[in-house]
Design a protein around this ligand. Structure first.
Ligand SMILES: [Zn+2]
Length: 98
Protein backbone atom coordinates (compact mmCIF):
# COMPACT_ATOMS: atom_id res chain seq x y z
CA UNK A 1 0.00 0.00 0.00
CA UNK A 2 1.22 3.50 -0.81
CA UNK A 3 -0.07 6.79 0.60
CA UNK A 4 0.16 10.09 -1.27
CA UNK A 5 1.21 12.54 1.42
CA UNK A 6 0.04 16.06 0.43
CA UNK A 7 3.49 17.41 1.34
CA UNK A 8 5.90 14.62 0.28
CA UNK A 9 4.11 12.83 -2.54
CA UNK A 10 3.46 9.09 -2.83
CA UNK A 11 5.37 7.08 -0.23
CA UNK A 12 5.49 3.52 1.06
CA UNK A 13 3.21 2.46 3.90
CA UNK A 14 6.37 1.73 5.94
CA UNK A 15 6.81 5.48 6.47
CA UNK A 16 3.41 5.94 8.13
CA UNK A 17 1.82 5.00 11.47
CA UNK A 18 -1.87 4.22 11.70
CA UNK A 19 -3.57 6.07 14.52
CA UNK A 20 -7.21 5.04 14.37
CA UNK A 21 -10.60 6.31 13.34
CA UNK A 22 -10.58 9.96 12.25
CA UNK A 23 -14.30 10.43 12.83
CA UNK A 24 -14.52 9.93 16.60
CA UNK A 25 -14.47 13.05 18.74
CA UNK A 26 -13.02 13.25 22.25
CA UNK A 27 -15.81 13.77 24.81
CA UNK A 28 -16.04 16.90 26.95
CA UNK A 29 -14.40 16.35 30.38
CA UNK A 30 -16.97 18.67 31.94
CA UNK A 31 -19.95 16.65 30.77
CA UNK A 32 -21.99 15.09 33.61
CA UNK A 33 -21.82 11.78 31.71
CA UNK A 34 -18.11 12.08 30.87
CA UNK A 35 -17.17 8.68 32.34
CA UNK A 36 -19.64 6.79 30.17
CA UNK A 37 -18.72 8.89 27.14
CA UNK A 38 -15.00 8.17 27.63
CA UNK A 39 -15.62 4.42 28.01
CA UNK A 40 -17.47 4.50 24.70
CA UNK A 41 -14.79 6.74 23.12
CA UNK A 42 -11.94 4.43 24.12
CA UNK A 43 -13.44 0.93 23.87
CA UNK A 44 -16.54 0.89 21.69
CA UNK A 45 -15.73 0.98 18.00
CA UNK A 46 -17.56 -0.45 15.04
CA UNK A 47 -15.68 -1.98 12.14
CA UNK A 48 -18.07 -1.90 9.20
CA UNK A 49 -16.88 -2.85 5.72
CA UNK A 50 -16.42 -0.08 3.18
CA UNK A 51 -14.68 3.27 3.26
CA UNK A 52 -13.16 4.55 6.52
CA UNK A 53 -11.67 7.92 7.41
CA UNK A 54 -8.46 7.17 9.31
CA UNK A 55 -5.73 9.16 11.02
CA UNK A 56 -2.20 8.42 9.80
CA UNK A 57 1.07 10.00 10.90
CA UNK A 58 3.93 10.44 8.42
CA UNK A 59 6.57 9.36 10.94
CA UNK A 60 9.43 8.79 8.50
CA UNK A 61 8.62 11.82 6.41
CA UNK A 62 7.28 15.29 7.13
CA UNK A 63 5.66 14.33 10.50
CA UNK A 64 2.26 15.52 9.31
CA UNK A 65 -1.00 14.09 10.57
CA UNK A 66 -3.19 12.97 7.69
CA UNK A 67 -6.82 11.97 7.22
CA UNK A 68 -6.85 9.06 4.78
CA UNK A 69 -10.10 7.76 3.27
CA UNK A 70 -9.48 4.07 2.65
CA UNK A 71 -11.52 0.98 1.81
CA UNK A 72 -10.74 -1.51 4.56
CA UNK A 73 -11.37 -4.55 2.34
CA UNK A 74 -9.59 -3.31 -0.80
CA UNK A 75 -7.07 -0.82 0.68
CA UNK A 76 -8.13 1.57 -2.08
CA UNK A 77 -7.35 5.14 -0.99
CA UNK A 78 -9.70 7.78 -2.37
CA UNK A 79 -8.35 10.86 -0.57
CA UNK A 80 -5.50 12.02 1.64
CA UNK A 81 -5.87 15.36 3.40
CA UNK A 82 -3.77 17.18 5.96
CA UNK A 83 -5.54 16.70 9.32
CA UNK A 84 -4.96 20.37 10.11
CA UNK A 85 -6.91 21.41 7.00
CA UNK A 86 -9.73 18.98 7.85
CA UNK A 87 -9.94 20.40 11.40
CA UNK A 88 -10.01 23.97 10.10
CA UNK A 89 -12.80 23.10 7.63
CA UNK A 90 -14.83 21.42 10.42
CA UNK A 91 -14.30 24.41 12.73
CA UNK A 92 -15.40 26.79 9.99
CA UNK A 93 -18.48 24.66 9.24
CA UNK A 94 -19.39 24.62 12.95
CA UNK A 95 -19.15 28.41 13.11
CA UNK A 96 -21.39 28.73 10.04
CA UNK A 97 -24.17 26.67 11.65
CA UNK A 98 -24.17 28.65 14.93
ZN1 LIG B 1 4.73 13.74 4.36
Amino acid sequence: MRIACPYCGERSLDEFLYSGDATVKRPDFASPTATEEFVSYVYERTNPPGMHRELWYHAAGCHAWLVVTRGVATHQITSVEAAREVALKEKSATKDTK
